[in-house]
Design a protein around this ligand. Structure first.
Ligand code: SF4
Length: 417
């Protein structure tokens, strides 16, 4: 039954067949009307659901485009629960564009430490400087001007303009892509050009429909408590799509029976939910192995800053080297990195983490050397632990620092007994 009603609305045919564009004018009109009705249902149901179920998030309590921009950049590739403390700390430390534009890079990296993809934080500051120079320090409202800022692609520009300014601009991130491919039963790979363009069109159709209905006062939500016109429909519609993808239409085990648009969903009707989106084969996971050497001079540790242009650029780390999985000649590796033969190598920690498709194992060793003064320090500095805590370290190396602190605490309490 559900399948028939969906197809009666025309959406299934529309997206499965290019025949949509071959039918007669009257047929075209009926299909267009069907899709519009379907979209009308979707928009109304999403807005009603979002009004009742939206998670309370601090960046949803503001219309400040700066605060929304920061949240959107942090949320790229990162979960809400991880972002929350970062966003709060950032907004306390750099509450506005002016503060961001004037911040020292070291401070920015420290605020971003652990979030990864550090180009994002450098782009934030570059964009803030441009806004100060070209827009008098006010966040631009014009979509093309927002899109022209460094690090802001079509998705964040749409998110900022719709959420902060309620403009009918579409958004399409991973969550929204998943919702739309399932809802409209789109079989192609959503990252392929044609399918992606179609998804953007659908996202645009929905947000425009929300804007038009909002402008005409046509959105009144069903439940009596919510029977009122929806303010800021574009902002809410886009956020509802993101929210649905985050909490209901999840990659695995989506909660279709609880979904507000289940009645319109083609994938659900056709039992294809687990086949969509058709993302194609995953990138092959590649294991990599690194060895880090912790060498001290008095109470200072040798650390280096990563070069610009690579992964974790400008972050600090203990001297390290990549080794083949079976390479057991750690003494040679230490000599290569430090320029001296180690007197002793003592295992400190093994840290596993991932960067994109790489599964990285970092083995950390404490190194005793006869003369620390002879260690190669090219590009490196000897810094105390308290000084290191003020710098931004690559995540895995921050864990090494924690291990060192734990060891010091243990030996201090042991010696006190
Ligand atoms: S019915 Fe299921 S698959 Fe369809 S949009 Fe809702 S959660 Fe996603």
């Amino acid at each position: 039954m559900r399948r028939e009603s969906n197809e009666a609305l025309g959406a299934g045919l529309l997206f499965r067949s290019p025949g949509f564009f071959r039918i007669s004018d009257s047929g075209l009109w009926i299909y267009a009307l069907g899709v519009q009705m379907k979209n009308g249902d979707i928009v109304r149901n999403l807005l009603a659901w979002f009004a009742r179920n939206a998670r309370v998030l601090p960046w949803r309590r503001t219309r400040d485009p700066y605060a929304i921009w920061v949240s959107e950049v942090m949320l790229q590739q990162t979960q809400v629960k991880t972002v929350l403390p970062y966003w709060r700390r950032w907004m306390r430390t750099l509450p506005n564009l002016e503060a961001l534009a004037g911040a020292r890079p070291q401070k920015l990296h420290k605020l971003w430490e652990g979030l990864g993809y550090y180009t994002r934080v450098r782009n934030l500051q570059r964009a803030a400087l441009i806004i100060r120079e070209r827009h008098g320090g006010r966040f631009p409202r014009d979509f093309d001007q927002v899109l022209a800022l460094p690090g802001i692609g079509r998705y964040p520009a749409g998110a900022i303009c719709s959420i902060a300014f309620d403009q009918p601009k579409p958004i399409l991130d991973g969550n929204v892509m998943r919702v739309l491919t399932r809802l409209y039963g789109i079989p192609g790979n959503p990252r392929a050009r044609a399918t992606n363009a179609r998804l953007w069109q659908l996202a645009e159709a929905l947000v425009r429909q929300a804007a038009e209905a909002g402008a005409r006062g046509l959105i009144s939500l069903h439940a009596s408590r919510l029977a009122r016109r929806v303010s800021r429909p574009c902002s809410r519609l886009n956020q509802s799509l993101m929210e649905l993808g985050a909490v209901i239409c999840t990659p695995r085990l989506p909660r279709c029976p609880e979904c507000p648009v289940a009645r319109c969903c083609i994938a659900y009707a056709q039992g294809r939910v687990d086949q969509l989106p058709a993302l194609g084969p995953r990138a092959r996971v590649t294991p990599r192995r690194f060895v880090a050497f912790v060498v001290t001079r008095g109470d200072r540790y040798l650390v280096r800053q990563r070069p610009a242009g690579g992964v974790n650029a400008h972050l600090w780390e203990f001297p390290n080297i990549e080794l083949a999985p079976a390479d057991s000649d750690l003494e040679r590796a230490a000599r290569q990195v430090l320029g001296v033969r180690p007197a002793r190598l003592e295992p400190l920690a093994t840290i596993n983490h991932s960067i994109t498709r790489y599964r990285i194992t970092l083995e950390a060793y404490r190194v005793a050397v006869i003369r620390a003064g002879r260690v190669t320090t090219a590009g490196g500095r000897w810094l105390s632990r308290s000084r290191l805590r003020q710098l931004a370290l690559a995540s895995a190396h921050k864990q090494i620092l924690r291990c060192l602190r734990a060891l010091t605490c243990r030996s201090a309490s042991g010696s006190g007994r």
